[in-house]
Design a binder for this molecule. Sequence first.
Ligand SMILES: [Zn+2]
Ligand SMILES: [Zn+2]
Length: 249
Amino acid sequence: MFMKLEGGHKLFFEKTKDFLLDLFFPKFCVGCGCEGEFVCSDCSLFLSEASFICPSCEKSSYLGERHLKCRKRGFPEGLVNLWDYEGVARKGIHQAKYDYYIAEILNDLMDRFFVRLGDNKSRISSFLNFLYQEDTVITFVSAYKVRASVKGFNQSEVIARNLGEKTKKEVVDLLKKTKKNVSQTNLNREERKENVKGVFKVKEGVDTPSRVVLVDDVWTSGATMRECCRVLKKSGVKEVWGFTLARKV
Ligand SMILES: [Zn+2]
Ligand SMILES: [Zn+2]
C-alpha cells in the first residue's frame, strides 16, 4: 500500500534508497574496472589535459582567451576545456549518461583536473578572473527533454552545478531548448551549425546577467556553444566564457 510520504519520512526513504543502491551498485573505475572510485588514481594518470583554444578560430590560445583578431559578434570571449575527449574521459562522460551515478562520475572527472592543477592555477587564471567577478553567473546548455539518463539529469547541468558548488558561484537556468533537433553525432561541421540554428532561447522573465560562464559536457565543433552564446548576447549578456569537461581532439 502506498502512502504519501512527507518531510522526514520522505528524507528517510530517499536515504535508505541511496544506501541500498550504493550497496547493490558499488563504484567501479570507468577505466580499468577496479572497485572503489569512478576514476582510480592509476587511470587518472592517463587523463590528458586539453590545451586551450580560441573559441572563435580554434587555434591555440594559452589561457583560453579569444584572440584579439578573432573578435566576432556573438562569439564567446574565452573557453576552457578540461580534458581531451579520449580514453578515460570519453568513457566516463559516455557512461555517465546511462549510469545511476551520473553526477558522481562527472564530478570525479572534474575533481581530478583540479587535483592535478594543485596550487598552480596560472593556466586557468583568466577563466577564474572572469568567473569570480561579482556579476558572473554560471549557466548550462539546456536539453529539449531531460534525456534518458537513469536519474533524468542533463549532463551539462550536473557539471554546472558541480562547478558552482566548487567556486561558490550562483548557477542560473537561463536557456531553453525550443525544438528537438537531430543528434549532432553524425553531422559534419557545416551541418552541425545549421542543426542548432534557432534551437535555443533565453527563458522569459529571467534577469539577464552581464557575465556568463556557459557549461556543456563536450566541445566538438563548438556549434552548440556558439549558438547559445549568440542567443545570450542578443538578450543582453555582455561577455561569455565557455567551460566543458572535455574537447574532442
Ligand atoms: Zn582505473
Ligand atoms: Zn582565434
